[in-house]
Structures are given as structure tokens and as C-alpha cells.
Write a protein that binds this ligand. Structure first.
Ligand code: ADP
Length: 397
């Protein structure tokens, strides 16, 4: 059976999904897995579509020297011997940055790879790892088509104003602008919403992707109109370890008055802030909600307040608000955080059904609530698979 693989290659992990093409060329999940702790003691787990474990492998200490390329080679060998009968016809990659020009997924060739390479300074923590995986697969299987799917692409539909900082024009022209991220997740949510609630999908919606990384997207008729992440994935909401929107004067103060280096500030803002920084306990929302320490509660409150505040800001970009969709680890599973956010929006006519919310139901607002609130599980891997198939074969008639 023909199959495509989605790959999401990060600094210390590689996540992947194998999807079979059904008769209508829809991607059907076959297996999914991840290799984590790359550079330390890598471990790999792979499960089939029903959740049955296919691989649990540890490389322990002797794995510290294994690179992304080594581990991808191992994965190819494993796939060749264990997935006999499936022909992988293409690999789709999550590529964090498509810059100004890449508004749709595309087949990677030498020219595209060079263009994407030039965007590395815009996403130095992610883009190089995304591209390293593409290069590694080129050397393992040079003839295999590879498709780049961009986290920024979905936000190309925003009005021009939404991409501009109040900085001198020349900087905007050089690419210092608000791009927005999590686009593959939002595109998936927009498509799912069209299936589950076509009327809601036509309206003015804020989708809340609340995971370790967190952002919001204002969507009108399924298209992005505004989003909270900007030039980098640091902006907007408070996250697991990232600070979200911050007075830029703080960055200047840390460097000029407190003598921190740029690298130290980077580590502070990306890795030591957010839920972890405020609580001093953990970056993990579930762990924080199990703690009775006041710092943990304050971190959760700050997370919820900031999210509610930004939802209202995005309502201005939409000219009103008809509904909210929660997704990702916290958005899909954490009833208390959803409740804390929604309680702050009651003045907008949001009436949350707390029982439905506690059960993580698909619809968590009452039928007569002016704002409709839904939970839709995201699936970026499936979105990548779908783009990969469409890029190979063209849109379905
Ligand atoms: P990533 O951005 O790394 O993909 P996820 O979408 O997996 O992150 O979200 C991770 C967050 O979701 C963590 O804060 C975690 O505590 C929270 N989370 C995951 N599962 C649950 C659950 N069942 N209940 C409550 N919180 C959860």
C-alpha cells in the first residue's frame, strides 16, 4: 500500500507519522512515533494506529554521539524491514519558517532548500533542525520526493496591517515582521470545524492552541486574520517555558543594566520563563495543577488571564466573536484552565457548560450561549500528510 511519512524534526526530538493513502487519497494513520533525547540518551517509541507498541528502544550512553541523520538512517532501516508491503512515496516535513514567499507547501529541490536555508536566522532554534532532516533523507533516499509544509503559511491570508511592527519601514522590508506560527495546527482545526460545525466555521472564531507552545489565531470563514505569535514563537501568550509578549525594555534592561549576554537572555526567555519561571516548580500544566503551592496557582491564573485578554484583543481584529475552539495538550485536556479562561469571558455572553467541560466534551458551551465553545483535537502530522499528498497529486477534483 502507498504511504507518506510526516516528519517533525526538532532540536532534541524527531516525531513522525506513517499514513496510508486510501482509495480517495485521504491519509489514514498507520503508525506514529518519536525519537527523543537526541544528543543525550536517545530513545524511540513507535505505535500502530490502534496504540499497540511496535518499538521501545533505548540507546543509553552509547547513543550520545548519534546525530539526527544517524537516527533517521536507523528509522529508514527499521521501516524497510518492518513495514514491508508499504511503499513510502514521499516525506512531508514540518518547516517552521516559510518567510515572506512560501505561502503554500512545496516540493523541496536545491533552489527551495537554499531559500529555506537563508531563513535560518529568523528561526535559529527550529529551522536548522527541520532542514537537517531534509538533507539527511536526501542522502539516504535521493529520489524520494520531500515536501516542506510551513507553520507560517496559514497566516498569509492576514491583512497586511497584521504583519507590521511599529518599527521603521526598512526593517519591515528586510523581513522583521509578524509572521505567526502553529499554522498547520490552525489549518487542521479550520478544516475539522468545517466538518463538525459548518455554521460555526463560517463565523468569527478564535482558535486557542494551548500546549507547551501556545498561541491564538483569529479566523474568519476558516482563514487567519490575526495571531498572537509574531516574528518568533516567543510572542503572545505565556507558555510552558517561554515568556510571551514582553516589554522590549526588559530585554534592554537585562543586557544594559544587568550585564546579561544575548545568549543568556535567549535562554531566559525561551527556557526559563512562562509557567516554569513564574511557578518555580514546573513548565507542565498538569504538574502545576496538582501542586497546592501558591506560586503554582498564580502561574495558572496568569496563563488563563493572559489568554482571555488576548482572545478579546483578537476579537477586535475579527470585528466581533462568535466562538472559541480549544486545542493541543492543555486546550484538549485541562478543564480547569479552559474554565478559568472562559469565566473571564462571561461578560461577552459566554456560558460554559461546566459538566461538559469537565468531561472534555466536543461542545462545552450551553446551547443558548452567545459564544459557542468547542474542543477539537489537533493533528499536525495528518495535516502535513494531507499537504504532501495534495502537493504530489494536485487537489482532489
Ligand atoms: P507540545 O507543544 O510540546 O506539543 P502538548 O500539546 O503536548 O505540547 O501540551 C503539553 C501540555 O499539555 C503540558 O502542560 C501538559 O501538562 C498538558 N497536558 C497534556 N495532557 C494533559 C491532560 N490529560 N490533562 C491536563 N493537562 C494535560
Amino acid at each position: 500500500m502507498r504511504a507518506v511519512v510526516s516528519l517533525n524534526s526538532g532540536s532534541s526530538s524527531i516525531k513522525f507519522g506513517l499514513f496510508m493513502l486510501d482509495g480517495d487519497r485521504n491519509p489514514q494513520p498507520g503508525a506514529a512515533g518519536k525519537i527523543e533525547r537526541i544528543g543525550l540518551d536517545p530513545r524511540c517509541s513507535i505505535r500502530d494506529a490502534s496504540g499497540v507498541s511496535l518499538v521501545e528502544k533505548d540507546w543509553f550512553q552509547d547513543g550520545a554521539a548519534l546525530t539526527h541523520a544517524d537516527l533517521l538512517s536507523w528509522l529508514f532501516e527499521w521501516a524497510a524491514s518492518h513495514l514491508a508491503g508499504h511503499e513510502v512515496i514521499a516525506i512531508g516535513h514540518r518547516v517552521v519558517h516559510g518567510g515572506i514567499d512560501f505561502a503554500t507547501p512545496c516540493l523541496v529541490d536545491d533552489f527551495v532548500l537554499a531559500e529555506l536555508e537563508a531563513l535560518c536566522p529568523l528561526a535559529p532554534l527550529h529551522q536548522p533542525h527541520n532542514l537537517a532532516a531534509i538533507r539527511a533523507i536526501r542522502s539516504i533516499a535521493p529520489a524520494l520526493p520531500q515536501i516542506a509544509c510551513f507553520d507560517t503559511a496559514f497566516h498569509h491570508s492576514r491583512p497586511a496591517l497584521a504583519s507590521r511592527f511599529a518599527l521603521p519601514r526598512a526593517l519591515h522590508d528586510e523581513g522583521i515582521r509578524r509572521y505567526g506560527f502553529h499554522g498547520l495546527s490552525y489549518e487542521y482545526i479550520a478544516r475539522q470545524l468545517e466538518q463538525v460545525d459548518p455554521d460555526m466555521a463560517k463565523g468569527r472564531i478564535v482558535a486557542a492552541h494551548l500546549g507547551n507552545g501556545a498561541s491564538l489565531c483569529a479566523m474568519a470563514g476558516g482563514k487567519s486574520v490575526d495571531t498572537t505569535m509574531g516574528f518568533t514563537a516567543l510572542d503572545g501568550l505565556m507558555m510552558g517555558t517561554r515568556c510571551g509578549a514582553l516589554d522590549p525594555g526588559v530585554v534592554l534592561h537585562l543586557q544594559l543594566q544587568m550585564g546579561m549576554s544575548a545568549k543568556e537572555v535567549e535562554t531566559l526567555l525561551y527556557n526559563r520563563s512562562g509557567l516554569l519561571g513564574v511557578s518555580g516548580i514546573s513548565s507542565d500544566m498538569r504538574s502545576l495543577s496538582q501542586s497546592d503551592r501558591p506560586e503554582a496557582q498564580e502561574a495558572i491564573d496568569l496563563f488563563a488571564w493572559r489568554a482571555a485578554r488576548e482572545i478579546v484583543a483578537l476579537a477586535t481584529s475579527l470585528g466581533g466573536l462568535d466562538g472559541i475552539v480549544f486545542t493541543a495538550g492543555i486546550g484538549e485536556n485541562h478543564a480547569d484552565v479552559r474554565s478559568r479562561i472562559c469565566r473571564r469571558l462571561e461578560w461577552l455572553g459566554l456560558e460554559m457548560d461546566e459538566l461538559a467541560n469537565a468531561a472534555n466534551a466536543a461542545l462545552i458551551s450551553f446551547p443558548d450561549s452567545r459564544l459557542k465553545v468547542r474542543i477539537i483535537p489537533t493533528d499536525e502530522e495528518r495535516m502535513i500528510a494531507s499537504h504532501t499528498i495534495t502537493t504530489l497529486f494536485g487537489p482532489r477534483p
